[in-house]
Design a protein around this ligand. Sequence first.
Ligand code: NAD
Length: 498
Amino acid sequence: MTSGFIPPKAVRQFGSWIDGAWSFRQGAQIMSVNPANGTRVSLLHEAGEGLVDQACVRAHAAFEAGWRLSSGEQRSNVLMRTAGLIRENVDELAWFEMAESGKPHKQARLEIERSAMLWEFAATQARSLTGDSFGGLGKDYLALTLRAPVGVAAIVTPWNFPFLIVSQKLPFALVAGCAAVVKPSELTSATTLLLGPILKQAGLPDGVCNIVTGSGRLTGEALLKHPLTRMISFTGSTAVGKHAMEIGARMLKKVSLELGGKNAHIVMNDADLGAALDAVLHGAFLNAGQSCNQGGRILLQNGIAKDFTRKFIEAARSIPVGDTLRDDVLMGPIISEAQYRKILGYIEIGKAEGATLALGGTCREEAGGRYIDPTVFTEVASSMRIAQEEIFGPVCTIQSFETLDEAFAIANGTDYGLSAGIWTRDTAAALKAARELEAGTVWVNTYLDGPAELPFGGLGASGIGREVGRVGCEEFMDIKTVQLRSGGYQPRWIGKAI
Ligand code: NAD
Protein backbone atom coordinates (compact mmCIF):
# COMPACT_ATOMS: atom_id res chain seq x y z
CA MET A 1 0.00 0.00 0.00
CA THR A 2 1.45 3.39 -0.93
CA SER A 3 -1.05 5.81 0.61
CA GLY A 4 -2.09 3.99 3.75
CA PHE A 5 -5.55 3.57 2.22
CA ILE A 6 -7.85 1.39 4.31
CA PRO A 7 -10.80 -0.16 2.47
CA PRO A 8 -13.96 1.61 3.62
CA LYS A 9 -16.32 -0.19 5.98
CA ALA A 10 -19.28 2.00 5.00
CA VAL A 11 -20.82 2.72 1.62
CA ARG A 12 -19.10 5.69 -0.07
CA GLN A 13 -21.46 8.46 -1.22
CA PHE A 14 -20.81 10.27 -4.46
CA GLY A 15 -22.56 13.18 -6.08
CA SER A 16 -21.64 14.57 -9.47
CA TRP A 17 -18.44 16.61 -9.77
CA ILE A 18 -19.37 20.04 -11.13
CA ASP A 19 -17.20 23.13 -11.35
CA GLY A 20 -14.59 21.72 -8.99
CA ALA A 21 -16.98 20.61 -6.22
CA TRP A 22 -19.37 17.82 -5.34
CA SER A 23 -23.01 18.40 -6.17
CA PHE A 24 -25.52 16.25 -4.36
CA ARG A 25 -28.56 17.85 -5.96
CA GLN A 26 -31.25 15.29 -5.37
CA GLY A 27 -31.82 12.66 -8.00
CA ALA A 28 -32.68 8.97 -7.85
CA GLN A 29 -30.18 6.98 -5.82
CA ILE A 30 -28.18 4.23 -7.47
CA MET A 31 -26.24 1.71 -5.38
CA SER A 32 -23.24 -0.02 -6.88
CA VAL A 33 -22.55 -3.51 -5.54
CA ASN A 34 -19.50 -5.72 -5.58
CA PRO A 35 -20.30 -8.43 -8.13
CA ALA A 36 -18.04 -10.85 -6.25
CA ASN A 37 -20.03 -10.83 -3.02
CA GLY A 38 -23.04 -8.55 -3.36
CA THR A 39 -21.78 -6.03 -0.77
CA ARG A 40 -22.70 -2.40 -1.33
CA VAL A 41 -19.84 -0.18 -2.51
CA SER A 42 -21.00 3.30 -3.57
CA LEU A 43 -24.16 5.32 -3.46
CA LEU A 44 -24.66 7.60 -6.45
CA HIS A 45 -27.09 10.46 -6.86
CA GLU A 46 -28.33 10.37 -10.41
CA ALA A 47 -27.85 13.59 -12.36
CA GLY A 48 -31.03 14.66 -14.11
CA GLU A 49 -31.33 17.03 -17.06
CA GLY A 50 -30.87 20.09 -14.84
CA LEU A 51 -27.57 18.99 -13.38
CA VAL A 52 -26.30 17.77 -16.75
CA ASP A 53 -27.19 21.19 -18.14
CA GLN A 54 -25.27 22.86 -15.32
CA ALA A 55 -22.26 20.62 -16.00
CA CYS A 56 -22.28 21.47 -19.72
CA VAL A 57 -22.76 25.20 -19.11
CA ARG A 58 -19.87 25.24 -16.61
CA ALA A 59 -17.66 23.26 -19.00
CA HIS A 60 -18.43 25.65 -21.83
CA ALA A 61 -17.73 28.67 -19.63
CA ALA A 62 -14.39 27.22 -18.47
CA PHE A 63 -13.48 26.39 -22.06
CA GLU A 64 -14.19 29.94 -23.22
CA ALA A 65 -12.69 31.54 -20.13
CA GLY A 66 -9.27 30.21 -20.86
CA TRP A 67 -8.66 26.49 -21.22
CA ARG A 68 -9.00 26.56 -25.00
CA LEU A 69 -6.14 29.08 -25.17
CA SER A 70 -4.06 27.66 -22.31
CA SER A 71 -0.44 26.94 -23.14
CA GLY A 72 0.97 23.53 -23.86
CA GLU A 73 3.15 24.01 -20.82
CA GLN A 74 0.14 24.51 -18.54
CA ARG A 75 -1.71 21.51 -19.97
CA SER A 76 1.36 19.34 -19.76
CA ASN A 77 1.95 20.27 -16.12
CA VAL A 78 -1.64 19.52 -15.12
CA LEU A 79 -1.63 16.14 -16.85
CA MET A 80 1.75 15.15 -15.47
CA ARG A 81 0.68 16.07 -11.93
CA THR A 82 -2.54 14.09 -12.46
CA ALA A 83 -0.50 11.03 -13.41
CA GLY A 84 1.56 11.44 -10.24
CA LEU A 85 -1.57 11.75 -8.09
CA ILE A 86 -3.09 8.68 -9.74
CA ARG A 87 0.02 6.76 -8.72
CA GLU A 88 -0.16 8.18 -5.18
CA ASN A 89 -3.78 7.10 -4.92
CA VAL A 90 -3.35 3.74 -6.63
CA ASP A 91 -4.49 1.78 -3.56
CA GLU A 92 -7.81 3.56 -3.27
CA LEU A 93 -8.42 3.58 -7.01
CA ALA A 94 -7.52 -0.10 -7.38
CA TRP A 95 -9.75 -1.04 -4.47
CA PHE A 96 -12.82 0.73 -5.90
CA GLU A 97 -12.07 -0.60 -9.39
CA MET A 98 -11.94 -4.13 -8.04
CA ALA A 99 -14.94 -3.72 -5.77
CA GLU A 100 -17.27 -2.29 -8.42
CA SER A 101 -16.22 -4.22 -11.52
CA GLY A 102 -15.38 -7.56 -9.91
CA LYS A 103 -11.94 -7.81 -11.45
CA PRO A 104 -9.06 -9.41 -9.54
CA HIS A 105 -7.30 -6.89 -7.29
CA LYS A 106 -3.90 -7.40 -8.93
CA GLN A 107 -5.39 -6.77 -12.36
CA ALA A 108 -7.21 -3.64 -11.14
CA ARG A 109 -3.96 -2.27 -9.80
CA LEU A 110 -2.14 -2.90 -13.08
CA GLU A 111 -4.91 -1.11 -14.95
CA ILE A 112 -4.65 1.97 -12.70
CA GLU A 113 -0.88 2.04 -13.23
CA ARG A 114 -1.35 1.68 -16.99
CA SER A 115 -3.86 4.52 -16.87
CA ALA A 116 -1.28 6.77 -15.19
CA MET A 117 0.98 6.08 -18.18
CA LEU A 118 -1.74 7.30 -20.54
CA TRP A 119 -1.95 10.60 -18.62
CA GLU A 120 1.84 10.88 -18.80
CA PHE A 121 1.86 10.19 -22.51
CA ALA A 122 -0.82 12.79 -23.18
CA ALA A 123 1.24 15.28 -21.16
CA THR A 124 4.19 14.69 -23.51
CA GLN A 125 2.03 15.64 -26.49
CA ALA A 126 0.89 18.96 -25.04
CA ARG A 127 3.80 20.99 -26.35
CA SER A 128 3.99 19.53 -29.81
CA LEU A 129 0.45 19.59 -31.18
CA THR A 130 1.34 21.63 -34.19
CA GLY A 131 -0.28 22.42 -37.50
CA ASP A 132 1.39 22.78 -40.90
CA SER A 133 2.81 25.71 -42.78
CA PHE A 134 2.59 26.26 -46.53
CA GLY A 135 5.39 28.40 -47.91
CA GLY A 136 5.13 27.41 -51.56
CA LEU A 137 1.91 29.16 -52.51
CA GLY A 138 3.56 32.06 -54.31
CA LYS A 139 5.00 35.50 -53.59
CA ASP A 140 3.55 37.44 -50.64
CA TYR A 141 1.37 34.48 -49.76
CA LEU A 142 1.67 32.16 -46.78
CA ALA A 143 -0.79 29.76 -45.22
CA LEU A 144 -0.90 27.61 -42.15
CA THR A 145 -3.17 25.21 -40.40
CA LEU A 146 -3.96 25.58 -36.73
CA ARG A 147 -5.27 22.79 -34.57
CA ALA A 148 -8.12 24.08 -32.47
CA PRO A 149 -9.98 22.19 -29.72
CA VAL A 150 -13.44 20.98 -30.74
CA GLY A 151 -15.12 22.46 -27.66
CA VAL A 152 -16.92 20.62 -24.87
CA ALA A 153 -16.59 16.85 -25.29
CA ALA A 154 -19.25 14.48 -23.95
CA ILE A 155 -17.38 11.37 -22.77
CA VAL A 156 -19.43 8.25 -22.00
CA THR A 157 -17.71 5.08 -20.78
CA PRO A 158 -18.61 1.44 -20.00
CA TRP A 159 -18.15 -0.69 -16.87
CA ASN A 160 -15.55 -3.24 -17.91
CA PHE A 161 -12.35 -1.13 -17.79
CA PRO A 162 -13.69 2.06 -16.20
CA PHE A 163 -10.51 3.89 -15.28
CA LEU A 164 -8.47 2.70 -18.22
CA ILE A 165 -11.11 3.77 -20.72
CA VAL A 166 -11.69 7.22 -19.24
CA SER A 167 -7.90 7.56 -19.35
CA GLN A 168 -7.92 6.72 -23.06
CA LYS A 169 -10.16 9.73 -23.63
CA LEU A 170 -10.05 12.45 -20.99
CA PRO A 171 -6.32 13.34 -20.98
CA PHE A 172 -6.40 13.44 -24.78
CA ALA A 173 -9.40 15.78 -24.72
CA LEU A 174 -7.75 18.02 -22.13
CA VAL A 175 -4.42 18.14 -23.92
CA ALA A 176 -6.26 19.22 -27.06
CA GLY A 177 -7.72 22.15 -25.10
CA CYS A 178 -11.24 20.75 -24.85
CA ALA A 179 -13.40 20.90 -21.76
CA ALA A 180 -15.29 17.73 -20.89
CA VAL A 181 -18.36 16.33 -19.23
CA VAL A 182 -17.82 12.67 -18.40
CA LYS A 183 -20.47 10.07 -17.64
CA PRO A 184 -19.13 6.75 -16.39
CA SER A 185 -21.20 3.58 -16.26
CA GLU A 186 -23.65 3.60 -13.38
CA LEU A 187 -22.26 0.20 -12.34
CA THR A 188 -18.68 1.42 -11.90
CA SER A 189 -18.58 5.20 -11.40
CA ALA A 190 -16.36 5.47 -8.32
CA THR A 191 -12.89 5.63 -9.84
CA THR A 192 -13.93 8.15 -12.51
CA LEU A 193 -15.52 10.32 -9.83
CA LEU A 194 -12.37 10.11 -7.71
CA LEU A 195 -10.59 11.75 -10.64
CA GLY A 196 -12.51 14.98 -9.99
CA PRO A 197 -10.63 15.98 -6.82
CA ILE A 198 -7.39 14.61 -8.29
CA LEU A 199 -7.69 16.94 -11.29
CA LYS A 200 -8.44 19.88 -9.02
CA GLN A 201 -5.39 19.10 -6.90
CA ALA A 202 -3.33 18.82 -10.08
CA GLY A 203 -4.30 22.38 -10.99
CA LEU A 204 -7.01 21.89 -13.62
CA PRO A 205 -9.20 24.99 -13.55
CA ASP A 206 -12.67 24.38 -12.10
CA GLY A 207 -15.28 23.51 -14.68
CA VAL A 208 -12.90 22.21 -17.33
CA CYS A 209 -13.80 18.65 -16.38
CA ASN A 210 -17.17 17.80 -14.88
CA ILE A 211 -18.33 14.28 -14.07
CA VAL A 212 -22.00 13.37 -13.94
CA THR A 213 -23.31 10.10 -12.57
CA GLY A 214 -26.41 8.19 -13.48
CA SER A 215 -28.07 5.86 -15.92
CA GLY A 216 -27.55 5.96 -19.66
CA ARG A 217 -31.23 6.43 -20.27
CA LEU A 218 -31.44 9.67 -18.24
CA THR A 219 -28.00 11.16 -17.57
CA GLY A 220 -26.23 9.78 -20.65
CA GLU A 221 -29.03 10.76 -23.00
CA ALA A 222 -29.17 14.32 -21.61
CA LEU A 223 -25.43 14.67 -22.03
CA LEU A 224 -25.29 13.43 -25.63
CA LYS A 225 -28.21 15.65 -26.61
CA HIS A 226 -26.95 18.79 -24.91
CA PRO A 227 -26.39 21.56 -27.47
CA LEU A 228 -23.16 22.70 -25.81
CA THR A 229 -21.42 19.32 -26.25
CA ARG A 230 -19.77 19.56 -29.65
CA MET A 231 -18.24 16.10 -29.67
CA ILE A 232 -19.36 12.67 -28.49
CA SER A 233 -16.64 10.26 -27.44
CA PHE A 234 -18.41 7.01 -26.57
CA THR A 235 -17.22 3.56 -25.57
CA GLY A 236 -19.80 0.84 -25.06
CA SER A 237 -22.07 -1.55 -26.91
CA THR A 238 -22.66 -1.30 -30.64
CA ALA A 239 -26.40 -0.80 -30.08
CA VAL A 240 -25.97 2.25 -27.82
CA GLY A 241 -23.13 3.48 -30.04
CA LYS A 242 -25.48 3.58 -33.02
CA HIS A 243 -27.93 5.56 -30.92
CA ALA A 244 -25.16 8.01 -29.96
CA MET A 245 -24.29 8.36 -33.64
CA GLU A 246 -27.92 9.13 -34.49
CA ILE A 247 -27.97 11.91 -31.90
CA GLY A 248 -24.65 13.19 -33.24
CA ALA A 249 -25.95 13.12 -36.81
CA ARG A 250 -29.12 15.03 -35.92
CA MET A 251 -27.12 17.74 -34.14
CA LEU A 252 -24.02 17.58 -36.39
CA LYS A 253 -21.61 16.74 -33.61
CA LYS A 254 -18.27 15.10 -34.12
CA VAL A 255 -18.63 11.44 -33.06
CA SER A 256 -16.02 8.91 -32.03
CA LEU A 257 -17.17 5.39 -31.14
CA GLU A 258 -15.36 2.45 -29.55
CA LEU A 259 -17.78 -0.46 -29.68
CA GLY A 260 -18.03 -4.23 -29.44
CA GLY A 261 -15.76 -6.90 -30.86
CA LYS A 262 -15.69 -10.54 -31.95
CA ASN A 263 -11.99 -10.93 -32.40
CA ALA A 264 -10.11 -13.75 -34.11
CA HIS A 265 -6.88 -15.12 -32.66
CA ILE A 266 -4.99 -17.25 -35.18
CA VAL A 267 -2.26 -19.80 -34.44
CA MET A 268 -0.22 -21.16 -37.36
CA ASN A 269 1.64 -24.51 -37.43
CA ASP A 270 5.03 -22.76 -37.23
CA ALA A 271 4.22 -20.55 -34.22
CA ASP A 272 6.02 -20.43 -30.89
CA LEU A 273 3.31 -22.61 -29.40
CA GLY A 274 4.24 -22.05 -25.75
CA ALA A 275 3.95 -18.29 -26.05
CA ALA A 276 0.83 -18.60 -28.22
CA LEU A 277 -0.90 -20.81 -25.64
CA ASP A 278 -0.39 -18.23 -22.91
CA ALA A 279 -1.55 -15.34 -25.12
CA VAL A 280 -4.61 -17.19 -26.40
CA LEU A 281 -5.66 -18.03 -22.82
CA HIS A 282 -5.09 -14.46 -21.66
CA GLY A 283 -6.93 -13.07 -24.68
CA ALA A 284 -9.92 -15.35 -24.14
CA PHE A 285 -10.40 -15.10 -20.39
CA LEU A 286 -8.97 -11.78 -19.15
CA ASN A 287 -11.66 -9.91 -17.21
CA ALA A 288 -13.75 -13.10 -17.36
CA GLY A 289 -14.03 -12.53 -21.11
CA GLN A 290 -15.83 -9.23 -20.52
CA SER A 291 -13.52 -7.36 -22.82
CA CYS A 292 -14.06 -5.71 -26.19
CA ASN A 293 -10.69 -7.14 -27.29
CA GLN A 294 -11.51 -10.67 -26.17
CA GLY A 295 -9.84 -13.12 -28.56
CA GLY A 296 -12.92 -15.29 -28.35
CA ARG A 297 -12.67 -16.87 -31.80
CA ILE A 298 -9.61 -19.09 -31.73
CA LEU A 299 -8.50 -20.25 -35.20
CA LEU A 300 -5.95 -23.08 -35.32
CA GLN A 301 -4.07 -24.37 -38.36
CA ASN A 302 -4.77 -28.06 -38.95
CA GLY A 303 -1.23 -29.28 -38.17
CA ILE A 304 -1.39 -28.12 -34.54
CA ALA A 305 -5.15 -27.88 -33.98
CA LYS A 306 -5.69 -31.15 -32.10
CA ASP A 307 -2.73 -30.86 -29.78
CA PHE A 308 -3.17 -27.11 -29.16
CA THR A 309 -6.88 -27.59 -28.39
CA ARG A 310 -6.04 -30.29 -25.82
CA LYS A 311 -3.43 -28.13 -24.12
CA PHE A 312 -5.65 -25.04 -24.24
CA ILE A 313 -8.54 -26.88 -22.61
CA GLU A 314 -6.26 -28.31 -19.91
CA ALA A 315 -4.88 -24.87 -19.14
CA ALA A 316 -8.30 -23.18 -19.22
CA ARG A 317 -9.63 -25.83 -16.82
CA SER A 318 -7.07 -24.82 -14.23
CA ILE A 319 -7.66 -21.03 -14.34
CA PRO A 320 -8.38 -19.97 -10.74
CA VAL A 321 -11.86 -18.43 -10.61
CA GLY A 322 -13.23 -16.74 -7.50
CA ASP A 323 -12.61 -14.22 -4.73
CA THR A 324 -11.00 -11.19 -6.33
CA LEU A 325 -8.91 -10.37 -3.26
CA ARG A 326 -7.01 -13.69 -3.55
CA ASP A 327 -3.66 -13.12 -5.23
CA ASP A 328 -3.79 -16.28 -7.34
CA VAL A 329 -7.26 -15.59 -8.79
CA LEU A 330 -7.26 -14.74 -12.50
CA MET A 331 -10.99 -14.67 -13.21
CA GLY A 332 -13.61 -12.95 -11.09
CA PRO A 333 -17.40 -12.87 -11.29
CA ILE A 334 -19.76 -11.72 -14.02
CA ILE A 335 -20.74 -8.08 -13.59
CA SER A 336 -24.52 -8.38 -13.29
CA GLU A 337 -27.46 -10.74 -13.22
CA ALA A 338 -28.49 -9.61 -16.73
CA GLN A 339 -25.03 -10.28 -18.16
CA TYR A 340 -24.86 -13.65 -16.35
CA ARG A 341 -28.18 -14.72 -17.88
CA LYS A 342 -27.07 -13.49 -21.32
CA ILE A 343 -23.85 -15.52 -21.25
CA LEU A 344 -25.62 -18.66 -20.01
CA GLY A 345 -28.15 -18.10 -22.80
CA TYR A 346 -25.34 -18.12 -25.38
CA ILE A 347 -23.98 -21.37 -23.92
CA GLU A 348 -27.42 -22.93 -24.50
CA ILE A 349 -27.51 -21.44 -28.02
CA GLY A 350 -24.10 -22.98 -28.78
CA LYS A 351 -25.27 -26.41 -27.67
CA ALA A 352 -28.51 -26.08 -29.63
CA GLU A 353 -26.58 -25.01 -32.74
CA GLY A 354 -24.66 -28.30 -32.60
CA ALA A 355 -21.26 -27.08 -31.36
CA THR A 356 -19.46 -29.38 -28.92
CA LEU A 357 -19.16 -28.07 -25.38
CA ALA A 358 -15.57 -29.19 -24.76
CA LEU A 359 -15.10 -27.39 -21.44
CA GLY A 360 -17.14 -25.53 -18.86
CA GLY A 361 -20.66 -24.31 -19.35
CA THR A 362 -20.78 -24.57 -15.57
CA CYS A 363 -21.75 -21.72 -13.31
CA ARG A 364 -22.50 -21.00 -9.70
CA GLU A 365 -23.98 -18.32 -7.54
CA GLU A 366 -22.14 -18.23 -4.26
CA ALA A 367 -21.75 -15.68 -1.49
CA GLY A 368 -23.58 -13.09 -3.54
CA GLY A 369 -21.37 -13.49 -6.64
CA ARG A 370 -22.15 -15.09 -10.01
CA TYR A 371 -19.41 -17.10 -11.64
CA ILE A 372 -19.12 -18.85 -14.99
CA ASP A 373 -16.21 -21.21 -15.54
CA PRO A 374 -13.99 -20.96 -18.62
CA THR A 375 -16.08 -22.38 -21.44
CA VAL A 376 -14.81 -23.71 -24.77
CA PHE A 377 -16.80 -24.81 -27.79
CA THR A 378 -15.27 -26.94 -30.55
CA GLU A 379 -16.85 -28.24 -33.81
CA VAL A 380 -18.00 -24.69 -34.48
CA ALA A 381 -19.24 -23.37 -37.83
CA SER A 382 -18.69 -19.72 -38.72
CA SER A 383 -22.41 -19.23 -39.31
CA MET A 384 -23.31 -20.11 -35.70
CA ARG A 385 -24.45 -17.26 -33.47
CA ILE A 386 -21.74 -18.12 -30.92
CA ALA A 387 -19.18 -17.41 -33.69
CA GLN A 388 -20.86 -14.21 -34.87
CA GLU A 389 -22.26 -12.33 -31.88
CA GLU A 390 -20.43 -10.68 -29.01
CA ILE A 391 -21.03 -12.85 -25.91
CA PHE A 392 -18.97 -10.74 -23.49
CA GLY A 393 -18.17 -13.56 -21.13
CA PRO A 394 -15.68 -16.40 -20.57
CA VAL A 395 -16.85 -18.34 -23.62
CA CYS A 396 -14.72 -19.01 -26.67
CA THR A 397 -14.95 -21.01 -29.87
CA ILE A 398 -12.26 -23.03 -31.62
CA GLN A 399 -12.22 -23.54 -35.38
CA SER A 400 -9.53 -24.98 -37.63
CA PHE A 401 -8.29 -24.11 -41.11
CA GLU A 402 -5.70 -25.23 -43.64
CA THR A 403 -4.58 -22.14 -45.57
CA LEU A 404 -3.92 -18.58 -44.54
CA ASP A 405 -6.66 -17.37 -46.89
CA GLU A 406 -9.15 -19.67 -45.16
CA ALA A 407 -8.11 -18.18 -41.83
CA PHE A 408 -8.61 -14.64 -43.13
CA ALA A 409 -12.05 -15.53 -44.53
CA ILE A 410 -13.16 -16.84 -41.13
CA ALA A 411 -11.53 -13.98 -39.23
CA ASN A 412 -13.11 -11.33 -41.44
CA GLY A 413 -16.51 -13.02 -41.57
CA THR A 414 -18.31 -11.01 -38.87
CA ASP A 415 -19.73 -7.49 -38.72
CA TYR A 416 -17.05 -6.49 -36.21
CA GLY A 417 -13.47 -5.34 -36.79
CA LEU A 418 -11.87 -4.31 -33.53
CA SER A 419 -8.76 -6.44 -33.25
CA ALA A 420 -7.13 -9.68 -34.42
CA GLY A 421 -4.04 -11.67 -33.55
CA ILE A 422 -1.79 -14.11 -35.37
CA TRP A 423 1.07 -16.31 -34.19
CA THR A 424 3.61 -17.33 -36.83
CA ARG A 425 7.36 -17.35 -37.45
CA ASP A 426 6.81 -16.72 -41.17
CA THR A 427 7.40 -13.05 -41.93
CA ALA A 428 5.51 -13.22 -45.22
CA ALA A 429 2.45 -14.67 -43.45
CA ALA A 430 2.70 -11.99 -40.76
CA LEU A 431 2.85 -9.19 -43.32
CA LYS A 432 -0.04 -10.66 -45.27
CA ALA A 433 -2.09 -10.90 -42.08
CA ALA A 434 -1.32 -7.28 -41.23
CA ARG A 435 -2.78 -6.27 -44.58
CA GLU A 436 -5.67 -8.72 -44.88
CA LEU A 437 -7.15 -8.89 -41.39
CA GLU A 438 -9.98 -6.37 -41.23
CA ALA A 439 -9.41 -4.93 -37.79
CA GLY A 440 -8.29 -1.70 -36.19
CA THR A 441 -5.42 -3.51 -34.44
CA VAL A 442 -3.53 -6.57 -35.66
CA TRP A 443 -1.26 -8.20 -33.12
CA VAL A 444 1.52 -10.42 -34.49
CA ASN A 445 3.21 -12.76 -32.00
CA THR A 446 1.63 -10.84 -29.14
CA TYR A 447 -1.88 -10.00 -27.96
CA LEU A 448 -3.41 -7.21 -25.84
CA ASP A 449 -0.30 -5.05 -25.82
CA GLY A 450 -1.26 -1.38 -25.82
CA PRO A 451 1.48 1.22 -25.57
CA ALA A 452 0.17 4.76 -25.24
CA GLU A 453 1.87 5.78 -28.50
CA LEU A 454 -0.35 3.54 -30.62
CA PRO A 455 -3.82 4.47 -31.88
CA PHE A 456 -6.69 2.19 -30.94
CA GLY A 457 -10.12 1.75 -32.48
CA GLY A 458 -12.27 -0.43 -34.67
CA LEU A 459 -13.75 -0.93 -38.11
CA GLY A 460 -17.34 -1.81 -39.05
CA ALA A 461 -19.57 -2.54 -36.08
CA SER A 462 -16.60 -1.98 -33.76
CA GLY A 463 -16.66 1.75 -34.19
CA ILE A 464 -15.47 4.91 -35.84
CA GLY A 465 -12.44 7.03 -34.99
CA ARG A 466 -9.26 6.32 -33.07
CA GLU A 467 -8.11 7.10 -29.60
CA VAL A 468 -4.75 7.13 -27.79
CA GLY A 469 -1.45 8.10 -29.39
CA ARG A 470 -0.99 11.37 -31.21
CA VAL A 471 -4.10 10.64 -33.27
CA GLY A 472 -6.00 10.39 -29.98
CA CYS A 473 -5.21 14.06 -29.30
CA GLU A 474 -6.08 15.10 -32.84
CA GLU A 475 -9.50 13.42 -32.54
CA PHE A 476 -10.46 16.18 -30.13
CA MET A 477 -9.28 18.94 -32.48
CA ASP A 478 -10.48 20.65 -35.62
CA ILE A 479 -8.19 21.96 -38.31
CA LYS A 480 -8.43 25.66 -39.07
CA THR A 481 -6.86 26.93 -42.28
CA VAL A 482 -5.36 30.42 -42.17
CA GLN A 483 -4.36 32.22 -45.39
CA LEU A 484 -2.18 35.34 -45.19
CA ARG A 485 -1.31 37.74 -48.00
CA SER A 486 1.19 40.47 -47.41
CA GLY A 487 0.60 42.10 -50.78
CA GLY A 488 -0.07 41.12 -54.34
CA TYR A 489 -3.81 40.94 -53.98
CA GLN A 490 -5.37 40.84 -57.48
CA PRO A 491 -8.76 42.61 -57.63
CA ARG A 492 -11.46 40.22 -58.82
CA TRP A 493 -14.57 42.36 -58.91
CA ILE A 494 -13.82 46.07 -58.78
CA GLY A 495 -12.69 47.32 -62.17
CA LYS A 496 -13.14 43.88 -63.71
CA ALA A 497 -15.73 42.71 -66.17
CA ILE A 498 -17.36 39.80 -64.34
P1 NAD B 1 -23.43 0.02 -22.77
O1 NAD B 1 -23.52 0.41 -24.20
O2 NAD B 1 -24.60 -0.63 -22.16
O3 NAD B 1 -23.10 1.30 -21.86
C1 NAD B 1 -21.98 2.11 -22.10
C2 NAD B 1 -22.26 3.48 -21.51
O4 NAD B 1 -23.33 4.09 -22.22
C3 NAD B 1 -22.67 3.47 -20.04
O5 NAD B 1 -22.13 4.58 -19.37
C4 NAD B 1 -24.19 3.61 -20.13
O6 NAD B 1 -24.78 4.16 -18.97
C5 NAD B 1 -24.32 4.55 -21.31
N1 NAD B 1 -25.62 4.51 -21.99
C6 NAD B 1 -26.48 3.47 -22.11
N2 NAD B 1 -27.58 3.87 -22.78
C7 NAD B 1 -27.40 5.18 -23.11
C8 NAD B 1 -28.18 6.14 -23.81
N3 NAD B 1 -29.38 5.86 -24.30
N4 NAD B 1 -27.68 7.38 -23.98
C9 NAD B 1 -26.45 7.69 -23.48
N5 NAD B 1 -25.68 6.83 -22.79
C10 NAD B 1 -26.14 5.58 -22.62
O7 NAD B 1 -22.11 -0.89 -22.64
P2 NAD B 1 -21.56 -1.65 -21.36
O8 NAD B 1 -22.40 -2.83 -21.06
O9 NAD B 1 -21.29 -0.69 -20.26
O10 NAD B 1 -20.13 -2.12 -21.91
C11 NAD B 1 -19.96 -3.27 -22.66
C12 NAD B 1 -19.81 -2.96 -24.13
O11 NAD B 1 -18.77 -1.99 -24.33
C13 NAD B 1 -19.39 -4.16 -24.95
O12 NAD B 1 -20.11 -4.21 -26.15
C14 NAD B 1 -17.90 -3.92 -25.21
O13 NAD B 1 -17.40 -4.59 -26.35
C15 NAD B 1 -17.89 -2.44 -25.35
N6 NAD B 1 -16.53 -1.92 -25.12
C16 NAD B 1 -15.82 -1.46 -26.18
C17 NAD B 1 -14.51 -1.03 -26.00
C18 NAD B 1 -13.69 -0.51 -27.15
O14 NAD B 1 -12.69 0.16 -26.90
N7 NAD B 1 -14.04 -0.78 -28.40
C19 NAD B 1 -13.96 -1.05 -24.72
C20 NAD B 1 -14.72 -1.53 -23.67
C21 NAD B 1 -16.02 -1.95 -23.87
